[in-house]
Design a protein around this ligand. Sequence first.
Ligand SMILES: Nc1ncnc2c1ncn2[C@@H]1O[C@H](COP(=O)(O)OP(=O)(O)OP(=O)(O)O)[C@@H](O)[C@H]1O
Ligand SMILES: [Mg+2]
Length: 391
Amino acid sequence: MEAHRNPYSPGAGSPPPALAGRDNEISEFDVTVQRLARGRAGRSQMLVGLRGVGKTVLLRKFNAIAAQQGWVCQHYECDEGTDLAQAAARLARTAILDLSPGKRLAEWGASALGVLKSFQLAWEVPGGGAVTLGFEPDPVPGRADSGDLGRDLADLFRVVGQLAQDQGTGVLFAIDEIQYLPAARLTPLLMALHEVSQLQLPLIVAGAGLPSLLGLLGEARSYAERLFVFSPIESLNREAAFEALASPAEEENVEWETSALEEVLDATSGYPYFLQEFGMQAWRMAPGPDRITRQDVITAVPLAKEQLDQGFFAVRFDRTTRAEREYLAAMASLGAQDCRSSEVARALGKTTRQVSTIRDSLIKRGLCFSPAHDVIAFTVPMFNEFLKRRL
Ligand SMILES: Nc1ncnc2c1ncn2[C@@H]1O[C@H](COP(=O)(O)OP(=O)(O)OP(=O)(O)O)[C@@H](O)[C@H]1O
Ligand SMILES: [Mg+2]
């Protein structure tokens, strides 16, 4: 059906053709925004799931919902080098500027910018940004400069939340790839959010991260669970997977045969990224003009797998060291998506301790996580099957 535009185009964070099966998370967020807008309490939401399940597109959706309410929204993506103080200062600065447009800045935003200035000095965060202020805010001694990151962040978030409340609006900080924040930085972030939530200020964080995040929280986890709604984001169930495939085609007046949908579900286990890749290849292979058949899918399967092997899986695998690859291969040789660390070590002819640095670096890089003590798992769905093909 090359004459039509192919409605499936998978990619990291690319807008889905249909955001299927996430109604609960969306309405949960919607309710939170509504509550906060009315001066009531609302909890920040944290999306936790494997690679390619649709965390980023959901964060973008949250952004859109909050923006529709007239809220100021900022998106931030962490990486291995992210410094929380720097990230928070950047988010706060942009939010303050957005909340105090143009000539209003000196009037409305000045005191908030003063607290930000204190924070920047205390945490040695380079100031400034693309927008010049036109005046130099004075730091506010005793605010956001205690040297305790949790308290100082709380001061900073509080002035931003206050400013938003004064303007009759709210602020959303969407923070993606949050598992890259060092464990020691997560607690201060939680502390700060705790403070703004106690004051029922209209400022929330929506976070997204790999399941390793839960391990990083460690003892802070039960505390975090009181502050945040943790939403596990998983593969789509049958109905949602069918919708993700069928509804974009429907818009082009193309129908999927049920047996064709079943075939894709079977090959993908309902993982969103895979659904999109299979949808795209099935579409390419189908002669059409208005149907996608089971046979089309069967023709498309090897192509879709090849695309995934060369793209989605390879970008992760190609960045690893030799030692890490040996570890991954040992995991794959044990068969499943997760296995015992001690058995991996044994398969490598080493002790658990001898390979613990490699195990840790795979977790840090976001390729693996530890769902339980002595268990190690891939963060990339179906990675074990890829490794078996590749190695
Ligand atoms: N609910 C959904 N319905 C249909 N397609 C979806 C859905 N969620 C995600 N997708 C598609 O799946 C792909 C992966 O989504 P996304 O990048 O948001 O995943 P992610 O969880 O952020 O992955 P990563 O951990 O690698 O960043 C995208 O192409 C997106 O459009
Ligand atoms: Mg993402």
